[in-house]
Design a protein around this ligand. Structure first.
Ligand code: 5AD
Ligand code: SF4
Length: 481
């Protein structure tokens, strides 16, 4: 799944009940996918109960936690660089403890302690509830490691602290782990087997967000379409469930329907969808509810059937086209975005052309494109030679980026003159006189603030666009109707 974000986010002051007389400062930052950002909010919540206040100032911290990503080598190098920075700060503040969370922690385990002397604590994505004990160990002067992956853990019982929230949109995690075993991907090894969260706890979290006036939620998982609640346990063990459990199970279409009906005013999004798991009933539920955004992130990775097979993507290019056709039939204005990898082992010029022609067929609204990065432990890492020269990977990458840019620009231009609904999220980065928000299709629009405020839904007319943004102005609906 996951949008990798190369920026970090720091925590903000907490308002939860805290252990009296034990006010320590936690600096927590996250790299990688939304799941990591969401997990950091769970970690902040667990540690708030242990008396940790978050700080945005690294120099002040008693405990520094970095939530890490392993998806590409570059993501890991970024974290190593951050550890160098912590090292420099530790010279000024020698009592500061450093912990590594997330995918790199899971991948490298105690090896991390040997490789990076600054690290005191290594905690994998399923072991965050053990943090209070692990920190006690660290306080007693010992290094601590817990990288046990779980069959059950979904953190459904923990109410996340919203870090750096805009107060408008929030992520709600619904599944953890991934069973798909794409041959390039480290995620199944770092986040374990797939399991789903109890729908009651999902609804409870959304209730809480609605009470706090949030306007948009994104249901989050490595593979949301594979969501299946049958009373707890791994997805792969569903076959062993009782007849009653099977009859009363909740799949993703049901969950989406449930949430859309219960919160008609809330905007709903979800990510990420895997083509092989996305069913017609999900598309039908999307088409039925106006509050579910018309946007699907639907990674393809490659347009070549041969490469899709080598990647263990369990669908063909033709099946993907059928899915796209069905989406467009039921939801004509549905935006679709992609993830594509260039230079997977053995990728030829013909395979690359297949990717380009697939892009021409789909005409994606947006894309996240990467050069293949061999990951240790994955099937491709173990069995396939990383044989496409770096320069070729990069050239193919720039070609697909150029095609994507052309398509995104054409789609943005087609909005000029149209009226769309925007949910205001924040001030425009470029002008403090403008608001910034997104439409249902996830396109960013900016427009003059007038008397509107963050969290308002506003009808705007699009007057112009750049390659990434629609330039608009609010229209007074009462006058236009
Ligand atoms: N190399 C390059 N890109 C990768 N991704 C996952 N693993 C790798 C890898 N080894 C990309 C995929 C995935 C996205 C989150 O990251 O496109 O969908
Ligand atoms: Fe996504 Fe496949 Fe990786 Fe799972 S294994 S996270 S579905 S790319």
């Amino acid at each position: 799944m996951e949008k990798t974000i190369d920026e970090s986010v720091q925590g903000q002051a907490l308002t939860l009940d805290q252990k009296e007389g034990n006010n320590r400062k936690l600096f927590i930052e996250s790299y990688g996918c939304q799941m990591n950002f969401s997990d950091s909010e769970i970690v902040a919540s667990i540690l708030a109960k242990e008396g940790f206040n978050t700080t945005q100032n690294l120099e002040d911290a008693d405990l520094v936690l970095v939530n890490t990503c392993s998806i590409r080598e570059k993501a890991e190098l970024t974290v190593r660089k951050r550890l160098e920075k912590y090292n420099a700060v530790k010279k000024i503040n020698p009592k500061m403890k450093v912990g590594v969370l997330g995918c790199m922690a899971e991948r490298l385990k105690s090896q991390f302690l040997e490789e990076e002397k600054i690290v005191d604590l290594v905690v994998g994505p399923d072991a965050y509830k053990d943090l209070p004990n692990l920190i006690e160990e660290v306080d007693a002067g010992r290094n601590a490691v817990n990288v046990i992956l779980s069959k059950e853990e979904t953190y459904g019982d923990i109410s996340p602290v919203r870090l750096q929230s805009n107060g408008v949109s929030a992520f709600v995690s619904i599944t953890r782990g991934c069973d798909n075993m794409c041959t390039f991907c480290v995620v199944p090894f770092t986040r374990g087997r797939e399991r789903s969260r109890d729908p009651q706890s999902i609804l409870q979290e959304i209730d809480d967000l609605v009470a706090k006036d949030f306007k948009e939620i994104t249901l989050l998982g490595q593979n949301v379409d594979s969501y299946l609640w049958y009373g707890g346990g791994l997805k792969k063990d569903f076959d062993k469930a009782s007849d009653f459990q099977k009859a009363t199970a909740t799949n993703f279409a049901k969950l989406l329907d449930l949430v859309a009906i219960k919160y008609p005013k809330l905007r709903l999004r979800f990510t990420t969808s895997n083509p092989q798991d996305m069913t017609m009933d999900v598309i039908e539920v999307m088409a039925k509810h106006p509050n579910i955004c018309n946007y699907i992130h639907l990674p393809i990775q490659s347009g070549s059937n041969r490469i899709l097979k080598e990647m263990n993507r369990l669908h063909t290019r033709e099946e993907y086209f059928t899915l796209i056709d069905n989406i467009k039939k039921l939801i004509p204005d549905c935006a679709i975005s992609q993830d594509i990898i260039t230079g997977f082992p053995t990728e030829t010029e013909d395979d690359h052309q297949d990717t380009l022609s697939l892009m021409e067929y789909v005409k994606y609204d947006y894309g996240f494109m990467f050069a293949y990065s061999e990951r240790p432990g994955t099937l491709a890492g173990r069995k396939m030679e990383d044989d496409v020269p770096e320069a070729t990977k990069k050239r193919r990458l720039s070609e697909i980026i150029a095609v994507q840019r052309k398509h995104s620009e054409a789609i943005h231009k087609s909005y000029i003159g149209k009226t769309i609904e925007i949910l205001i999220e924040k001030e425009s980065k470029k002008s403090d006189a403008h608001w910034s928000g997104r439409n249902s299709q996830n396109i960013v629009a900016v427009f003059p603030k007038e008397n509107y405020k963050i969290g308002d839904f506003v009808m705007v007319q699009v007057n112009d666009c750049t390659s990434a943004t629609l330039i608009a102005e609010a229209i007074d609906y009462s006058e236009n109707n």
